[in-house]
Ligand binder design. Sequence first.
Ligand SMILES: Cc1cc2nc3c(=O)[nH]c(=O)nc-3n(C[C@H](O)[C@H](O)[C@H](O)COP(=O)(O)OP(=O)(O)OC[C@H]3O[C@@H](n4cnc5c(N)ncnc54)[C@H](O)[C@@H]3O)c2cc1C
Length: 539
Amino acid sequence: MEIKTDFLVIGSGIGGLSFALKVCEWGDVVIVTKKEDSESNTNYAQGGIASVLAKDDSFDIHIEDTLRAGDGLCDPEVVRRVVEAGPGCIKELIRIGVRFTRKRGKEKEFDLGLEGGHSKNRVVHAADLTGKEVENSLLRAVKAKKNVKILEDHIAIDLITQHHLKDYTRKPEEKIKCWGAYVLDKEKNQVLTCLSKLTLLATGGAGRVYLHTTNPSIATGDGLAMAYRAGADVANLEFIQFHPTALYHDKANSFLISEAVRGEGGILRLNSGETFMEKYHPRKELAPRDVVARAIDHELKKRGDSCVYLDITHLDQKFIKLRFPNIYGKCLSLGLDITKDPIPVVPAAHYICGGVVTDLEGRTHIENLYACGEVACTGMHGANRLASNSLLEAIAFAHFSAGSAKGKLSSMSDFSFPPIPSWSLEGVFDQQEWVIISHNRDWMQKFMWDYVGIVRSNRRLKQAKSRISILLDEITQFYKINPITYDVIELRNIATVAKLIIESALKRKESRGLHYNVDYPHKDDKNWLTDTVLTSEEI
Ligand SMILES: Cc1cc2nc3c(=O)[nH]c(=O)nc-3n(C[C@H](O)[C@H](O)[C@H](O)COP(=O)(O)OP(=O)(O)OC[C@H]3O[C@@H](n4cnc5c(N)ncnc54)[C@H](O)[C@@H]3O)c2cc1C
């Protein structure tokens, strides 16, 4: 089956929906999303969106904080554009119905949170359910548009480029073009050819490459892997942010204890009740995330403990329930009253700073392909993302990309699609060896956690590289001869992204931002003040 549209948007988080809402003014939009429409990293964001809204704040201070966190690798022009776009983005979200929390008794003023690495209170939030509020409002707005179609339970397999044309051989210097994507309709078990003049990748992050993560199950790095396979450059994938405080509990699947808990005065303690952050950073609990995550990792490894504790029992009980209703409710459902008991926490993979390389308008190296949100590497985050800058970047770049796509679409009035073949089932039959999928997935996530985690070494990275090569070969073979399924698509993508992360980590022979290698424990500005870029030809 074939679908034709002006804009194909892959992903229905903040990036995809914000873009769709803009571009539907100029053409028809199809959004494909691999689960339910709201299921996304966006939906789980708690802390909020960083933006300059307070009187004592300024764009320059927000820019300075972002550049400091990025440790030399942010693109200052991108940072300025995104930070300056912030207040406008917040206004637009309010316009479509997002209800941000206001100060008690001062309804006109936002209740601005303080998070690690920020030198001013600038995080606008909807209690501790910001993501859900934003996601629901965007979905409502998008669903009100007649020319936007959302296809749930549709997972993109690969981008369509000239490599899919019959008898095609690439000419030297020829630019790769994107004409949409092959998409599996899970319910009908049928692959659609979704043809589009312009395509946006907004598939989010890749936390599920790791054993412990705060990310929901959709975050398997699909867009990154698809773009890389299609020939786009990807960059800075060694910079994985490990959130210091995921809830440590058997029954808490990936539940995050927001940075805002430390922002409001939460104190980290060891099993013994002792504090420890004062040994690691002058800002203690409010040090940048990588510092806090490494400090916890160090204390856990040193003592053989399974978790540390985040203590807010000294705060007013009423305040805790009002400020953190989601965290309070979730913990209570697990038998933990956070107004009385310290919260057991461990670090977990949270955010990938690198991604598909884009320019200032969200364009990738592939013609007619845009990327925004966590899948993209725009230059905003450099070697380390400042807390709550990612929702801001996603929405700002969705707007920049939409502006660019408008111009591009209007120049395509004579456009016609080349003869794109349907998805081929040649040589495919069920080998009945599906155990390979779950086994390989578990194994990969575990060795990525142990060998390519918070603290790395050359030896472990090299071992990870040889393991992933064997696995990727095995998975690619499996993919070629078995019927296409949701699980196979994800497994192939996880393996591809794991390989790209390992390659990037091996390339960088220094420690900077979120990448820490014990064999090169220092920063080396002379040789490494540069992005780690991988292109398909390189691997
Ligand atoms: C627990 C948690 C808390 C966070 N808190 C904050 C915060 O307070 N502030 C902040 O700034 N950031 C926060 N972040 C990060 C932020 O939420 C994400 O970076 C951001 O939401 C990413 O938005 P996105 O649109 O790029 O991707 P997502 O919101 O993840 O959306 C990706 C979409 O792509 C779809 N998709 C993926 N692959 C495919 C495929 N192959 N085919 C079809 N569809 C596909 C998914 O189903 C989903 O709809 C948090 C993240 C987590 C996990």
